[in-house]
Design a protein around this ligand. Sequence first.
Ligand code: OGA
Ligand code: FE
Length: 274
Amino acid sequence: MNTAHPTRTATLKFLADLSEPLVYVPSKGGGDKTEHVGNFRNQQVPVLDARTDLIKPSLDREGFLLVPHASAVSDFYDDDVLRHTYHDELKVLVSRITGARRVEIFDDTRRSTSLERQRQTGIREPANIVHNDYTAQSGPKRLTDWLKSTGTDRASLPQGRFAIINAWRPIRNPVYDQPLIFCDATSIESCDLIAMERRADERVGAVQAALYNPQQRWYFYPTMQPDEVLLFKTYDSAEDGRARFTPHSSFRDPLAPANMPARESIESRCLVFF
Ligand code: OGA
Ligand code: FE
C-alpha cells in the first residue's frame, strides 16, 4: 500500500511526441551547453519523499535504493584514487547489496550545478531531461565495448544475469537543490520509454527518453549526504518482471533553501555479473 503524500511538485522535461528525430547529445563538460534533438515539453509531477514513504525501495522492484556508505576517498577528482580505492569500495558495496558475483566499474562522471565549478574543473552539468542511460540493445553493447577495450574474455566472467547499476553520491556538500529524481519502475509502462540515439565524440550509443504518463510515481531523497550512495539500475538482462530501466532526471526543488552550496556529485557506472 502506498500511503505517501506528494511533498512538492517537480517540473521535468519529457518527450512531447515523436514528431522530430531524437538525438541525445551529452555535454563534454566545462560549461558547454548542449541541446538534445527532439520535441520535449515540461510537465509538472508530484514528488514523493523516498525517506518517509512506507515503501522500502529495492533495485529489483522500484529500480533504485539509497544506502549509507562512508568512503575513505577525500578527493573524488583524483582518477588514481578512484581506480585504487573508490572502485574497490563500490565493488564490495554493490556485491553486498545485489548478491552479484563480480562487479566492474567503467565510468565516473562528475557534475556540478555551479557553472563556475563546471568551468574550473571541466565537469558536467546536471541532467535536464528524463532519461534512462541504456536500452535493451545498448546495455549489452556497452558490455561488449568494455570487453573489447579491456581485453576481457566474456567466458572469464560469471555467466548468469547481467546488469548495469549507477552509484551516485554527493561530493563536497549535501545536496540542497537539483537532486536526482526517479520514476518507480513498477509505475512505468514500456510504451512510456522511447529509444534515443546518444551521440558523443567517442561513442555512439542509445539511451531512452520518456513520455509522461500520470500513472508514473516519482521519488527523491531530500538532502542527500556525502556518506550516502544512490544505486539505480539502468539495464538488466533478465526479462522476468524485475526492474530493467529506471528513468531519472534532476529537478529544481521549489522548497530548496536559498544561498546554499552547489550540488556536486559523482556517478560511477558498474557492470554487474550474477
Ligand atoms: C546519472 C544521471 C544526472 C545528474 O547518474 O545517470 O543521469 O544530474 N545523472 O546527476
Ligand atoms: Fe542518467
